[in-house]
Design a protein around this ligand. Structure first.
Ligand SMILES: C[S@@+](CC[C@H](N)C(=O)[O-])C[C@H]1O[C@@H](n2cnc3c(N)ncnc32)[C@H](O)[C@@H]1O
Length: 315
């Protein structure tokens, strides 16, 4: 078995047992992103139809794989997921096996932890063994290493600890998760996703999007809210680089912005990209669209006026 896999597994077991991951050993860069996002925390439903995904290609980040799964539902089949989180591929295959085998309700009971089944509760049935047994054979067929990864963790750790400690706490409540993910909107969409995902295999690149060398070009690129963690100059460097990997007429989601519309007044304590006047100046060649829609907080408080936005470049 390859050394890298054993190292990742050992570090995952450490995390589940409250020991720290040796980030230096796993990946110099993964830093605060060594926790997997259980679900997206963006309103993907708010922006996904701004992109033409059907039979087109997509490069996306997102360790939750929700960006990719929602794109599959929209007819995209050529998807590359690039993420700094080393467990992304294993988690996608776990989610895919779950979608293929679990009912709509079982899916939530298996993956949700925070605010489930009710707000202010935690789900001690998350990663329950009963559902794992249902999905494990399919997982093995999908990807041997993903199976070995989760099967070992379920064997040597308490499954609920695995769900709690390998994952970020950044998890929305169930009504929001359903509202932001078209594939989880209702039972009907979930069933459609089951059919669409069955024959889709994603490509995965583990690494820092600033540093990796991409071999091909794409019709669409989703950069999530990565830009919020970097300076405007660093954002410009990244977008200059990725522009070369975007096909003509292709679109790039440059950054997802929380609780922000075009005229939101910037505050010094916010990340630099939220200084929109400056951002528009530095990225002036790139901001083709600035689109706003009901945001995560808006969905949480059922208030249509609390909006998030995306900045999109069309080549
Ligand atoms: C900024 S995070 C926040 C979660 C995001 N809003 C979502 O809904 O998925 C987005 C994803 O980017 C990944 N990430 C962060 N910095 C990265 C980088 N420099 N290169 C590649 N992936 C990165 C994280 O591991 C995470 O999966």
């Amino acid at each position: 078995m390859d050394k890298r896999f054993i190292l990742l597994l050992r570090n995952a077991i450490n995390l589940a047992n409250d020991k720290l991951m040796n980030c230096h050993e796993v990946s110099e860069e993964c830093g605060k992103f060594f926790w997997i996002y259980p679900f997206t925390n963006e309103n993907i439903n708010g922006y996904i139809d701004l992109f033409n995904l059907k039979d087109r290609s997509l490069l996306t980040t997102g360790s939750s794989s929700d960006q990719a799964i929602n794109a599959i539902l929209k007819g995209c089949s050529d998807i590359t997921v690039v993420d700094i989180n080393p467990f992304t591929k294993y988690y996608f295959n776990l989610k895919k096996a779950a979608i293929l085998t679990l009912s709509y309700e079982e899916f939530f009971k298996f993956f949700c932890y925070v605010d489930y089944p009710k707000v202010f509760k935690y789900n001690y049935d998350a990663f329950n063994y009963g559902s794992y047994v249902k999905l494990k054979n399919i997982l093995k067929e999908l990807d041997e290493k993903s199976f070995l990864f989760w099967d070992t963790l379920f064997d040597v750790c308490k499954p609920n600890d695995v769900r709690r400690k390998l994952f970020s706490n950044d998890e929305e409540r169930l009504s929001v998760i359903k509202g932001i993910n078209p594939y989880l909107k209702d039972e009907n969409m979930y069933k459609k996703t089951k059919i669409k995902i069955e024959n889709i295999n994603l490509k995965f690149i583990e690494g820092d999007i600033f540093k990796i060398k991409l071999e091909k070009t794409y019709d669409n690129i989703f950069l999530s809210n990565i830009g919020t963690y970097y300076s405007l100059e660093e954002n410009k460097t990244l977008i200059d680089k990725l522009e070369n990997n975007l096909n003509d007429n292709g679109k790039m989601l440059m950054c997802y912005l929380y609780q922000t519309v075009r005229d939101t007044k910037y505050r010094e304590e916010w990340n630099p990209i939220y200084n929109l006047d400056k951002t528009f100046e530095i990225l002036e060649d790139y901001v083709t669209y600035f689109e706003s829609f009901q945001g995560i907080r808006g969905l949480m408080f059922e208030d249509k006026n609390i909006k998030d936005s995306v900045m999109i470049y069309k080549k």
